[in-house]
Design a protein around this ligand. Structure first.
Ligand SMILES: [Zn+2]
Length: 469
């Protein structure tokens, strides 16, 4: 039995594991690489297998770095089944169609510019689209959804179960029981992305007791998040200061989960009247769509969110909240003072947030709040790293706005959470593969796990193939 790491190896994006059990060929995740142009080029690499020979694909959750190459796989001939939870399918539909549309626009724009002989110089100029809307449609036909905790026996050689990963709505840990060449059953656990304990709306990650092999994410494997309560107090403090100084608050948000959690939190502020007279705009058609999916699956909420709904409160709406779809209306936000604007993309690599940053970054009364991980090479990362001059759409801007990182809102567990999750396995794992982390983080986390938990670990390289006993 062989496992090959086709992404998320010494990097945080492009998650993709190829498992050849001897009987079956399985992919867990089929994500896209995101970040610098150099990294994104990896999306165009050939798969090291024949896509038509893959039997099954498991998707842990609907983030682009975990699902982004699924339509490409279908385009290259995959006709098997794709397993995930129902919310993952609905959120994937939004993300993948959006990506196909963006790629089409980007490529026709770049072709036009090339023909005109001029180029303004954005690192995000794309080549040919990876996939089209038709490929997305074909891919969606292959999805088959399952609830958490149901054991599914597909055939003599494969049984699986999805467990709650507590990362975003519908996110799952994948447990696989497969027979190897010698017909011995081996259990593999793929953590997907593991959420932070106490996240809003969704439940906490489930703990698992046994595994022969584990692939665990370690995005924050070298960091401890600030306490959630402190984060909320800090958030409220920033909002109040902005209101006092008539400054704006720009929050680059990921359309899924972060946005809904922020609306949830803001709704509580307004309901409890801790905050008032500070209008909040959600300027992201994709996040508006994603919020609809959240409303569609209340069964996936935690107790708090369920109780809120039972009390008759709509956790995703309050009086001073306004969702904006229209581009003209989005432009008009530039004239406003003393407002909160949430817009995508979460790492500022595109989308409406780019204009809002350009309009607001040079004023020291304004605030920019980051609530999620910023990949190296992105505009978001450069702002977080406090570069004094940043280039936005080819123009230079002085970064004077106050920059905040609220790690407590992270959708990823921190080092302590990850270690605790691993500790639950006891001594059963034969090997733990540390994935989905920047190289330095993966290596330091790996060492810590070896020393403190006595587990045998490995930090795989990109495209590395390992033999599993
Ligand atoms: Zn994720």
């Amino acid at each position: 039995m062989e496992l090959q790491f086709l992404g998320g190896a010494r990097t945080v994006t492009g998650s993709c594991f190829y498992l050849n059990t001897g009987h079956l060929k399985i992919l867990v995740e089929c994500g896209a690489f995101q970040g610098s142009r150099e990294i994104e080029k990896l999306n165009y690499n050939d798969f090291p297998f024949d896509a038509s020979e893959i039997d099954y694909v498991f998707l842990t959750h609907a983030h682009y770095d975990h699902i982004g190459r699924t339509p490409l796989l279908v385009k290259r001939g995959f006709r098997g089944k794709i397993f995930c939870t129902a919310p993952t399918k609905e959120l994937a539909r939004i993300i993948l169609y959006d990506s196909a549309r963006l790629q089409k626009e980007d490529s026709s724009r770049s072709r036009r510019r090339k023909n005109q002989g001029g180029w303004e110089g954005s690192e995000y100029e794309k080549d040919e689209p990876l996939f089209s809307e038709d490929d997305v449609e074909e891919a969606l036909k292959l999805f088959e959804t399952y609830p958490y905790s149901e054991s599914v026996t597909l055939n003599d050689n494969l049984e699986f179960r999805l467990r709650d990963a507590g990362h975003i709505l519908g996110s799952a840990i994948v447990e696989l029981w497969v027979k190897n060449e010698k017909d011995r059953v081996r259990k593999l656990v793929f953590s997907g992305d593991l959420g932070q304990l106490g996240q809003r709306i969704i439940r906490d990650p489930e703990y698992i007791r046994e595994a022969d092999y584990i692939c665990i994410e370690a995005t924050y494997g070298n960091r401890l998040h600030r306490n959630k309560d402190e984060t909320i107090i800090e958030f409220l403090g920033i909002l109040k200061e902005a209101k006092r100084n008539k400054g704006n608050v720009i929050i680059p948000t990921f359309a899924i989960e972060r946005t809904q959690e922020l609306i949830y939190e803001l709704n509580l502020f307004y309901e409890k009247k801790i905050l008032k007279d500070l209008p909040v705009y959600l300027d992201s058609p994709m996040a508006i769509e994603a919020t609809k999916v959240f409303r569609q699956f209340p069964d996936f909420y935690d107790e708090d969110a369920t109780r809120l709904i039972q009390k008759g409160d709509d956790p995703f709406h309050f009086d001073e909240f306004k969702a904006i779809r229209n581009v003209e209306e989005s432009r008009r936000l530039a004239a406003k003072k003393g407002v909160v604007i949430m817009a995508g993309s979460g790492m500022c690599t595109g989308g409406r947030v780019v204009h809002h940053l350009a309009n607001n970054i040079e004023d020291s009364n304004n605030h920019i709040i980051f609530v999620g991980y910023q990949v190296r090479g992105t505009l978001g990362r450069r702002i977080v790293d406090k570069e004094s001059i940043v280039r936005i759409k080819g123009k230079e801007y002085e970064s004077k706005a106050k920059i905040h990182t609220l790690g407590g809102f992270s959708a990823h567990g921190d080092e302590r959470d990850l270690r605790y999750w691993l500790r639950n396995f006891g001594k059963t794992p034969r090997k733990v593969f540390i994935c989905h982390a920047d190289e330095d983080v993966a290596l330091s986390f790996s060492e810590k796990i070896q020393v403190e938990l006595g587990l045998e670990t490995k930090v795989p390289n990109y495209e590395e193939l390992v033999e599993l006993d």
